[in-house]
Structure formats: C-alpha cells, structure tokens
Design a protein around this ligand. Structure first.
Ligand code: FE
Ligand code: MN
Length: 361
C-alpha cells in the first residue's frame, strides 16, 4: 500500500509495507541496522516508558546541601571513626563502580543492541551513571577528602579490587567484533547484562546502600544519605532496564536458555554474593553504630534471591526472610516509588508526571 502526497509540482510516495517490514525487523540483537535511529513505531514500549520515568527523576548533586555533613565529618565527639569509615568505603567503592557500569553500557551493551528505543533508554542509563559519579566527586570535595585517597581505596582495598574485577572481566570479554548469530556469543552478552543489572547494580550495591541509609536514619550525614537515596531510586530503574533487556533477549533467542546456562548464571550470582559479603566485613569490621554485620550479610542473601527470581531463576537461599525490615521501607523494590512520592526534584516537568502502576516495579 502506498500513500502519496502532492505538494506543488512534486509528488511523494510513502510505502506502508516497507515501513512495516522495518518494524518487524526490530530485535534486541541482530535486528535492522539502526543508524537512522527511528524510534517509531515502538516495539519495546517498556524501554520508552522507563526512559520517561528516569528522565522525570532527574537530579543534580549541587542541589543537595552538605553543610551538616561537613560539620559531622570534623566532629570527633558525636561521630565515630567507624561511621566515617563506612562513608569512606562508600565513596571509594562507588567512585569506581559507577564509571564501570556507564562504560560497559556505552562500549558493550549499547553497541550490540539494535532497536533504537533500547539505545535511547541505555543512553539515559549511562548518563545517570555520570550523575552518580559526579555526586561522589561532590561528596569528596565537600568533605575535603584527598582525591588521591579515593583512587587508593579502589587500588588497595582488596575486597573493592575483587568486586571490580568480577565485573570488568565480563565487560572486557565483549569488547571485540562479536558474531552475535552464534549462541555462545549471545550467552556472553546475556551474561554481561545479568552480571551488571542483577549481580552488580542489583546486589553488590545494596550492602553500602543499607549501611549509608542506616546512618542517614540516625541523622548522620544527611546530604550524603539524600544522594544515596536518589541514587538508589535510579538504580531500581537500572535493574529494571537490564531485567527487561535480559528477558527480551532470552525470549527472542530461546536456544540459549539451557539448564547449563541457568546454572552458570546462578553460580555467578553466588560468586557475587560471596564477594559482597567479604566487602561488607571490610566496611563493618565490628558491630557498631547500631549496625549488626550478620544482618547485612543475610540481607545480601535475601536481595540476591529477589534478583534471581526476577529473571526466572531459582533462589540460592530459599526461605531467607528480610532481616532489615526498616530497610525494606526505604528500599524494597515495590515500595521505592511510594517512598519517593512527593519528593521529586524540581526538574520534573508536569508533562512527565506519571502514575505508578503496581506492575511497573
Ligand atoms: Fe549508578
Ligand atoms: Mn546504575
């Protein structure tokens, strides 16, 4: 079917069938070449919906006052060195981690996916990692921490080094010309998306999220706590972007979803959990400041199983209950939306206002 437009002496013919063919060729991978970046018509509606949701949550570090944090950082009487150490570990780990996530999106995942609306949401995801990295820089400069010390944290603290190696390994493997018609390479990409979304952002970020938010709950470092809350809200969207991407990739390439591959992913999550637990023991070498290390360790088991179930995999520690119910109020995937209701930043435009549906998270 062709539609013609006559304008002045010229006639333009538009071919509906050809356009429909282009739409039918949209795929997560091995789809139509998309240099033209034509978003419409949308095939992956979730990607566009998440893009809009992420955009509506925009924030900038400089909006958050750091006066109280600076005061507490210097206060030897009311703030303990243990509390300062948790903040140092938070800054040391996330300074490197945010950049690693953003870099993997730009140089691996966004390079390999073919549908434009997937590239759109991944571009926003990468930009949010830049905002997070910048927020760490803002914390470091506000508190007057020597920037060399921050670099040294991720060079010299072995549990941080090991967490970083765990993810950069799978990122490095994909930085070459990859024939994505081969099942083994499709699995490499699926594993990368699983590792970054569910193991790293979904699980290995949550030990520190919990510790920093528990300080925040005790009115310690309110500016840093606020930035971690905004970051956590962003991360819950990132986990969802990568969860959807993973599910659609598997759906379109069913042959990769073998028993062996599922077990490989569960074993990878088990490794992520192990690394996170060692890291938590470095963050909190003793039970202090109202924080019990065992509860945080158990929390990681709990959250890792939620991530596995989210992508249709069996849990590693079935039956584990959330040991930190107050954290659930602040963090639980279903409640994050309500938690932030009415606290949106000034960047949110009226046109971007959306009502959260239960099935969205
Ligand atoms: Fe981030
Ligand atoms: Mn993220």
């Amino acid at each position: 079917m062709q539609k013609s437009f006559s304008v002045g002496s010229k006639t333009f013919l538009l071919d509906q069938a050809k356009a429909e063919e282009a739409f039918a060729a949209k795929r997560v991978i091995n789809g139509r070449e998309t240099m033209t970046f034509n978003l419409l018509p949308l095939k992956y509606q979730w990607a566009y919906d998440l893009y809009r949701k992420m955009k509506a949550n925009h924030w900038e570090p400089e909006d958050i006052p750091m006066g109280k944090d600076i005061e507490q950082w210097r206060d030897q009487k009311h703030v303990s060195d243990m509390e300062r150490w948790i903040i140092r570990m938070g800054i040391g780990y996330f300074s490197a981690a945010e950049g690693i996530v953003g870099d993997n999106i730009q140089h691996v995942v966004r390079e390999l996916v073919t549908a434009p609306e997937l590239k759109l949401v991944l571009g926003r995801h990468a930009h949010e990692e830049n905002i997070h990295a910048d927020s760490l820089l803002y914390m470091i400069s506000s508190l007057g921490i020597n920037p060399h010390e921050c670099e040294a944290m991720f060079e010299d603290v072995q549990t941080i080094v090991r967490k970083n190696e765990f993810v950069t390994r799978i990122s490095r493997d994909l930085r070459r010309d990859l024939d994505l018609t081969k099942s083994e390479n499709k699995r490499l990409l699926a594993k990368n998306i699983f590792v970054f979304g569910q193991c790293m952002e979904g699980t290995q970020f949550y030990g520190l999220f919990g510790m920093v938010l528990s300080l925040y709950r005790q009115n310690k470092f309110p500016g840093i706590g606020q930035m971690f809350r905004y970051t956590l809200r962003d991360e819950s969207n990132h986990i969802e972007v990568f969860r959807n991407l993973f599910m659609d990739l598997v759906e379109e390439n069913r042959e990769i979803w073998t028993v062996e591959f599922k077990e490989e992913l569960r074993a990878t999550m088990a490794e992520a959990v192990q690394l996170e637990k060692e890291f938590i023991r470095d963050c909190l070498p003793v039970n202090a400041v109202g924080l019990a290390v065992d509860e945080f360790l158990l929390y990681i088991d709990y959250i890792a199983d939620r991530r596995l179930e989210g992508v249709g995999l069996a849990p590693l520690s079935p039956g584990v209950k959330n040991p930190l119910p107050w954290l659930a109020e602040m963090m639980d995937i279903k409640k994050e939306q309500n938690f932030f209701e009415g606290r949106v930043t000034e960047y949110q435009k009226a046109s971007a206002l959306e009502v959260a549906h239960d099935d969205e998270l």
